[in-house]
Write a protein that binds this ligand. Sequence first.
Ligand SMILES: [Zn+2]
Length: 424
Amino acid sequence: MPDPLILTYAFATALTIGLITKFWLASRQIRHVARHRDAVPAAFAATMTLAAHQKAADYTVAKVRFGLAEMAWSAAVVLAWTLLGGLDLLNKVLLDVLGGGMARQLALLAAFAAIGGLLELPFTLWQTFRLEQRFGFNKMTWRLWLADAAKGVVVGVLVGLPIAALILWIMGTAGSMWWLWAWGTWMAFNLLLMLIYPAFIAPLFNKFAPLDDAGLKARVTALMQRCGFAAKGLFVMDGSRRSAHANAYFTGFGASKRVVFYDTLLRQLSAGEVEAVLAHELGHFKHRHIVKRMAMLFAASFAGFALLGWLSGRSWFYAGLGVQPVLGAPNDAVALLLFMIAVPVFGFFIAPLSARLSRRDEFEADAYAIAQTNGTDLSTALLKLYQDNASTLTPDPVFVKFYYSHPPASERLARMNATTAVAA
Ligand SMILES: [Zn+2]
């Protein structure tokens, strides 16, 4: 049997290197943005004011600073749960109170989620009511925040507890191949969630009204027909109740897909620009980005469950991460939690890879949008969105490589101009 200390050291090392890397990246981003704060980049001189550019710089720096505090705190929390014995203690207390059965295991998952949520709470509140507020993005009242939180807990319990109980039951009864059954169940659950989310969960938090702007509706419908795209409806969501940030997205799948525009997006963009943004989203569908992403998720979770199936039977997995497995009672809930805690610590190092794939997809979607609409609408829409969201135009290139799921504005616009020039 391998020494549990090997895992302990590997875990502590990954956590430390991850933290150092994150700090290094953040300090690069802060310095780079601050250094370019005094002048609008030449390519944007005609389209952006110095005041808007500086607001974006200040917002970016404030967000990165906030992120630093948050990541230091989460690393401390991870350490407290694992090597410092938090999860072990919680497990023992619940064992005394509830015994070894399913009730204790479910209570452990629920208590972990509740305590984790409370530990994150100061940061969530600070982000909404201080950071976003300071830059004029927050539209949320305390009342709405509390209502959201209450609904979130109810939905979490109603959706989370049954699936947790089902997975634990499979782990306890399906024998050594339990992980395969659990994986299948988990995938089916995710598909079900995607199916019921737009119709049953999203409306608990937002109002969805059919798009009633006849001119825009005609343009959007024509675009979708041109692209051979079937959707069940066009909706406008009251995103402005919570935030001034703008967005558009698709939900559901198959013929039950719907297109959702934030009201903030419709206020900020002209009809042609909305069409261009939608064409970009359609580009993601046409290039099968969403299907590919799903397939990758299926494959990754298959590997994850197989790994967990193997790890959960080794006592060094528990001991190495600071938990004494209970003798004579299932340790499945502990195994699930340790796995959920440890995977992001080791997985942080593949973040640049997935960010890179995502940026490549964005270029493809942009190219599709330009082919389907007129190229200038997409570039003016993007500029407006970058400006209204106070996204910096001068990010640090290394920070971009690591974290950016979307290429920076300068790269996207340069690529678009090249495409339109070739087309014209
Ligand atoms: Zn995109």
